[in-house]
Design a protein around this ligand. Structure first.
Ligand code: HEM
Ligand code: HEM
Length: 193
């Protein structure tokens, strides 16, 4: 049926979730690096408002990523092309699994980092998102989660560079359909999908 994941390509829901979460994660990584570089002395208002948006968008990513994980566990992904070596298959599996850990772990550590403190987690000004119960006042956990959040961000940046590189290699060097089956605007190389 149109829009469903098949042997050859990802379905509509898998693709939409991939691209929405990919854009949000890249924006969050860039935004996080940017607002943490702003000085409170000279840019306190901008820093505070960007932090609020970062938290709200991050919580949105958490909800979408949990839904995506359930979707992935209940829908098979298309098989990798035959020509890939055992190493490439392992690298692809490892990176994709690590991404699922990161797209859930990054917002979770962010949420846990701010939960011990008094500042509200405003969800785009609509309502206050709850803090993780039991963490209030536990600044030690807050600091640990801040370090974990920062390291996960670094790992995500490295893996995204490798992931984009791999997608481009598949498309331009291997000339297979790996990019086309996740990106409907990209022309299929084999005309099979
Ligand atoms: C969607 C996933 C998220 C990504 C990719 C992400 C990424 C980042 C990055 C790269 C930084 C800068 C770290 C540094 O180098 O110092 C950062 C900082 C921060 N993030 Fe996130 N974040 C996400 C979700 C969240 C969530 C859900 C919250 C809270 C509800 C949050 C709260 C914060 C805070 C408070 C800081 C500033 C920490 C500081 O003062 O150094 N983040 N984030
Ligand atoms: C411009 C950026 C990106 C490009 C070109 C891209 C491309 C692709 C392609 C072509 C696939 C399919 C691979 C296959 O069929 O085996 C894929 C899968 C995947 N990508 Fe990306 N991607 C990008 C960004 C991201 C980001 C930022 C994340 C998350 C941090 C991400 C997470 C994933 C995951 C988890 C899969 C596996 C899907 C599954 O089987 O469930 N991607 N990506």
């Amino acid at each position: 049926m149109a829009g469903q994941t098949t042997d050859k390509r990802y379905g509509k829901v898998a693709m939409i979730l991939h691209w929405v979460i990919a854009l949000a994660i890249i924006g969050q990584l860039a935004g996080g690096k940017f607002f943490t570089s702003l000085s409170f002395a000279t840019h306190s208002e901008l820093r505070i408002s960007l932090t609020q948006t970062h938290k709200a968008l991050g919580i949105t990513v958490l909800v979408l990523s949990l839904f995506r994980l359930v979707w992935r566990l209940t829908h098979k992904a298309p098989a990798l092309p035959d020509g890939m070596s055992a190493f490439e298959r392992m690298a692809a599996k490892f990176t994709h699994s690590a991404f699922y850990v990161l797209i859930i772990g990054l917002p979770l550590t962010g949420w846990a980092m701010v939960s011990p403190y008094k500042n509200d987690i405003s969800f785009f000004g609509l309502f206050n998102w709850p803090k993780i119960p039991g963490l209030e006042g536990n600044n030690q956990i807050g600091e640990m989660m801040k370090t974990a959040h920062e390291y996960m961000g670094l790992i995500a940046i490295i893996l995204i560079v490798l992931h984009i590189g791999a997608a481009l290699k598949h498309h331009f060097i291997n000339k297979d359909d790996v990019l086309a089956r996740m990106a409907p605007i990209v022309k299929s190389k084999s005309k099979e999908i």
